[in-house]
Unconditional design. Structure first.
Lengths: 232, 301
């Protein structure tokens, strides 16, 4: 569950964040300031609040998401069967909700970092690429991406670290430790230690596995940092 | 700043071709529209939280949700502040959170300042090793460490106590704060200290009179980081404060309130609003410096 979830959420967050970062770099000053302020609000929302808000948005009675989906025309997948749909009762919808939640909280950081990186690239590079007939897609992959590659690597590793063992959001969205089939690795490990009877040994072993997996990613992160000359 | 200069530059270069400027204007409108859409989608959850907090129960459960409350009420906030649900008013939890957070901020700032000075000013064995260790430690998942720390703190009798949380939060904030502060200390020119030393100031005096005022902006940045971390932290609060509701910090309170009071969304959103607004105000006030600093801090380590 943790692996699949990270595989879905990390690229999604990176893509959305990068797109917003590119968008921000093309806006006028006022609009860019406005959008980044709004993004910072999403970033500043504590994990607990964000989770509670999204559970409320997706609430079967009175939540906005179900209401909106039930009003959508049928060809868009909407319809009355969405009314009263519970997002938190089974694993797949719960993790769909968690995906949206984590992308929402995660993309501002990526966007701001990508924007900061974009500002270091001289405009002439992009212009000359355009003059040479490169479309936006080509310009991004042939010019922007190679230059910002170190930043993307670090952001990728950080996102994996953040999303792989995510705990707080999952804990709140699946409503504590009651629904076993909605566990991810972090929650499973926690539940072994802190539900009766406590199995600290097994839980610690799981914690160890979690740590090792993340340490492998961390090694990549540290190497990227050392290569950027951060350790001096 | 940079964007305006860049766009100004591109616009100035294009005038000879009139049609291009017009298509540029169209593109700009499309971009602005897109930006507005992104902003609205991003803002919506927060906006809806605040809006729900002001809605009376009949509107919260109405079958067609409305953006704004038709009859705004403070009833939800009254429920939260009076503590009808858990037995303690909001102020208890706010006080707990502030005690824990401010103590952790003070402790971690002091320790980090000393450590950062040592790292930036002195060469010693294993210095690089220490720096890399900081990077690694910073990445350790909290939910993996919580079990062993829980057992340790149980034998130390520090469960259900705010002191235990202060210790944990201080320790967890340290790697990042040391790392960030190190850059600020390194940016202070050594000559200033040497000049002070020639004028007869001792090391302690140099530290307090020269270094401290110059790294003050850095201290503000790291304090904000530590503050936000400790104020929002959930796993340790959940694990260490499981029994005594009077000791709950705000995030735990919001979660508990939501768990206990599953259907009263108006009040839950009011609690969540009261918990969230201070952090947001903080971020918006310090936005410029903070965003750049945090990003730089995270990207460099």
């Amino acid at each position: 569950m943790s692996v699949i979830f990270a595989v879905v959420v990390v690229p999604l967050t990176l893509t959305v964040g990068t797109l917003v970062g590119l968008l921000l770099s093309r806006l006028g000053r006022k609009m860019a300031a406005f959008v980044s302020s709004v993004a910072i609000l999403a970033w500043a929302t504590p994990a607990v609040s964000a989770s509670v808000i999204f559970v409320w948005l997706a609430d079967p009675d009175g939540g906005v998401v179900d209401w909106f989906l039930s009003k959508l025309p049928t060809w868009l997948g909407g319809g009355a069967h969405w009314a009263g749909f519970s997002w938190t009762n089974s694993a797949l919808p719960a993790y769909a909700l968690l995906t949206v939640l984590l992308v929402w909280t995660g993309f501002p950081f990526i966007a701001v970092a990508v924007l900061a990186g974009l500002r270091t690239i001289p405009a002439e590079l992009h212009e000359s690429a355009q003059v040479d007939g490169g479309g936006p897609w080509q310009v991004f992959w042939m010019v922007t991406y190679p230059i910002l590659k170190p930043i993307f690597m670090v952001l990728l590793l950080l996102s994996i670290i953040w999303d792989f063992g995510v705990f707080t959001q999952v804990y709140i969205v699946i409503g504590g430790l009651a629904n076993r089939d909605e566990y991810n690795l972090g929650i499973y490990e926690y539940s072994r230690a802190f539900t009766m009877p406590p199995a600290y040994g097994i839980a610690s072993a799981l914690a160890f596995v979690l740590t090792i997996v993340l340490l492998i990613v961390t090694v990549g992160y540290v190497r990227a940092s050392v290569r950027q000359g951060a350790v001096r | 700043m940079t964007t305006t200069q860049l766009t100004a530059g591109t616009v100035r270069r294009s005038p000879p071709r009139r049609r291009l400027t017009r298509s540029r204007r169209v593109r700009r409108a499309v971009l602005n529209l897109l930006a507005l859409l992104v902003a609205l989608l991003t803002l919506f959850p927060i906006f809806y939280m605040v809006s729900t907090a002001f809605k009376p129960p009949t509107e919260v459960y109405s079958l067609t949700p409305h953006l704004l409350p038709a009859h705004p009420t403070l009833g939800n906030f009254r429920t939260v502040l009076n503590g009808n649900v858990i037995g303690y008013p909001y102020w208890t939890f706010l006080r707990n959170s502030l005690v824990v957070t401010l103590s952790a901020v003070a402790a971690s700032s002091l320790i980090a300042l000393l450590a950062a000075t040592a790292l930036a000013r002195f060469r010693f064995r294993f210095r690089t090793t220490y720096l890399i260790m900081l990077l690694i430690v910073q990445m350790l998942p909290q939910q993996a460490l919580v079990i062993s720390l829980y057992l340790d703190f149980r034998s130390l009798n520090l469960l259900d106590s705010l002191v235990g949380l202060i210790v944990v939060y201080t320790a967890f904030a340290l790697p990042v704060t040391i790392w960030m502060l190190r850059n600020f200390v390194a940016a202070v020119p050594r000559e200033l200290e040497e000049a002070a030393a020639i004028d007869g100031a001792g090391p302690v005096r140099i530290f307090w009179r020269i270094l401290l005022p110059l790294v003050a902006p850095g201290l503000v940045a790291t304090s904000v980081f530590a503050f936000v971390f400790a104020y929002n932290e959930f796993i340790f609060a959940l694990t260490f404060l499981s029994v005594d509701a009077a000791k709950f910090t705000l995030p735990l309170y919001v979660q508990y309130f939501y768990g206990r009071n599953g259907a009263n969304w108006g009040a839950i959103m009011a609690a969540s609003t009261l918990f969230t607004i201070p952090v947001m105000a903080f971020f918006l006030l310090l936005q410029r410096r903070l965003a750049a600093g945090l990003v730089a801090g995270a990207l460099k380590g």
